[in-house]
Design a protein around this ligand. Structure first.
Ligand SMILES: [Zn+2]
Ligand SMILES: [Zn+2]
Length: 127
């Protein structure tokens, strides 16, 4: 019997800013290393903060670590639905010519149209 106690298939993030310059937001050390994982419900890549004390939500449906947003939804009673299952459902509805907005998360259905942002304070000026 195989018992896995640690998350497997973790990714790796390294930010090496020892040569100087501005640090990315939320990073206090010029050399930062952390494990990452991909949330199976929304495909977000989560950087595992080594200083975090709170437990991460492991979905009992798909046995994977979730991001905090999906973990909160799952803890509030949302069913387990992985990204692959969602894509399957949408593809099946599309193939039958049916409305996909019923299965898509509201944040994807109601997303505003992509527009080019107007940045009046742009530091990058190309002559
Ligand atoms: Zn997620
Ligand atoms: Zn799940």
């Amino acid at each position: 019997m195989l018992i896995v106690t640690q998350p497997t298939n973790l990714g790796y993030l390294m930010i090496d800013n020892r040569a100087g310059g501005e640090l990315p937001p939320g990073i206090s050390s010029p050399f930062f290393e952390a494990a990452t994982y991909t949330c199976t419900h929304c495909q977000s890549v989560v950087v595992m903060n080594p200083e975090r004390k709170r437990e991460r939500y492991k979905c009992t449906g798909c046995s994977h670590l979730l991001c905090d947003n999906c973990g909160a939804k799952r803890a509030a009673g949302a069913p387990c639905k992985t990204w692959a299952q969602l894509i399957d459902e949408v593809a099946n509805l599309e193939a039958r010519g049916l409305d996909t907005s019923l299965v898509l998360p509201t944040e994807l259905v109601e997303a505003p149209a992509q527009t080019t942002p107007v940045d009046n304070n742009s530091a990058l000026i190309i002559p």
